[in-house]
Design a protein around this ligand. Sequence first.
Ligand SMILES: Cc1cc2nc3c(=O)[nH]c(=O)nc-3n(C[C@H](O)[C@H](O)[C@H](O)COP(=O)(O)OP(=O)(O)OC[C@H]3O[C@@H](n4cnc5c(N)ncnc54)[C@H](O)[C@@H]3O)c2cc1C
Length: 485
Amino acid sequence: MAKHAVVIAGGGPTGMMLAAELALAKVDVAIVERRPNHVLVGSRAGGFHSRTIEVLDQRGVADRFLAEGQVAQAAMIGATVLDMSDFPTRHPYSLGIWQNQIERIMAAWIAELLVRIYYGCEVTGFAPDDAGVKVELSDGESLRAQYLVGCDGGRSVIRKSAGIEFPGWDPTKSNLIAEVEVTEEPPRGIRHDATGIHGLHRLEDGRTVRVIVTEQQLGPSSEPTLHDLSAALITVYGTDFGIHSPTWIARFTDMTRQAATYRAGRVLLAGDSAHVHYPAGGQGLSLGVQDAVNLGWKLAQVVKGTSPDSLLDTYQDERHPVAARALQHTMAQSALQRPDDRIKALVDMVSELASMDEPRKRLAGIISGLDIHYDLGEGHPLLGRRMPDLDLVTDDGPLRVFALLHEAKPVLLNFGEPGGVDITPWADRVQMIDAEYVGLWELPVLGEVSAPTAVLIRPDGYVAWLGDGKDTGLRDALITWFGAP
Ligand SMILES: Cc1cc2nc3c(=O)[nH]c(=O)nc-3n(C[C@H](O)[C@H](O)[C@H](O)COP(=O)(O)OP(=O)(O)OC[C@H]3O[C@@H](n4cnc5c(N)ncnc54)[C@H](O)[C@@H]3O)c2cc1C
């Protein structure tokens, strides 16, 4: 039986991001992926938002995604675009890029990081014991791990086998999504009618047409067929445009659910296995990638024995509220898409509000993920928020903060007297950088905040402690987040 420190069930965006985080921390990690390779049939998600671009920038790989996608102001509420170009970030936009491109780029990255992947194999169950988990595979073999993470999507076998409740809201509407060829030229743009939203869009290859059509009635949970798609199109457009040669047909709904707990002992959940929702607002993939970045460094420290197992509980404490809020937001978005005249009146009202500065910033902060605030207690507004990517001056020359996070290691930035903060007992774990910064300290949504004299940044880019000329609380923060010296 092969052994790994961590086994990840599912190599979608969440599983791959988690594997990258663990590999950067030099943890022996393996992915078990049902597909025979990393080719994703169908384009699926259409991109991600600002904080996810930042998170990839923190690891030095954002350019790979930016080079293949298109930046745009794509955060929306109802029909209103929430322009975030005035947010203080290097990436004040969303990135339009198909999920099959995202997965191809991620797969190439984790291959560079030498992550082991068992392709063409499913996790069918697991058996935990005091020392670890036996992970059962569909080929009759098994793997041994200290921890198992279910990144196996909305129908997660790991979640079900762990007996984790998945409470929420049943679906009320369904959409068919497909990639097909057509014999008649379809109309451009989105159509709203008494059923919902529909649209056909020719992809870059000039041949394939991506179709989204709302079904008249909630569809069954079985796999949809070309006939189902044809019937749905005829109902809406009076023709099916001669659709043929489908490469992908799927159904998605507005079912909204969240795992009651993200952890059952040595088994954890991340991404769609922990939360599912209507794709309005395009937040699912971003949530999963950011779950992975929150969990990765914590799991690495626990596996290496530098932090106690209880550090993993902070993953649920921090990430469960973020997804709960996104679920609320997508339910509101989904309600705003209903075709009723009264809802139309509500959309107009929301649009008017969203065009005002303060509501625009607040809503854009939610969708972009730039306003995420982990509850790390009272203090400076930056505590528990993302560290801005400041242009620093150091003894080694100019340096961006995000460049210091490429290796997924914590950093203490000292803006006071050089050598004025002493973290010698943690020198093997925490980078200590004396730096100067002369600009404003500005946060998205909140605006300008006072300049601290020192900042302790976690590997996920969130601020764990700030100094105001003294080092009060620094030792406690170092122990809490990075273990006893
Ligand atoms: C139409 C549509 C549009 C969307 N648009 C957006 C968007 O614009 N932006 C956005 O952020 N999100 C969007 N989403 C959501 C996004 O696609 C998902 O949130 C995202 O794929 C979740 O990633 P994941 O890795 O958690 O799960 P998944 O992508 O579902 O990956 C799970 C992986 O696990 C594998 N697997 C499953 N079971 C097992 C098993 N038992 N053993 C081994 N392997 C297994 C699967 O093969 C798969 O590779 C959209 C979704 C849909 C349907």
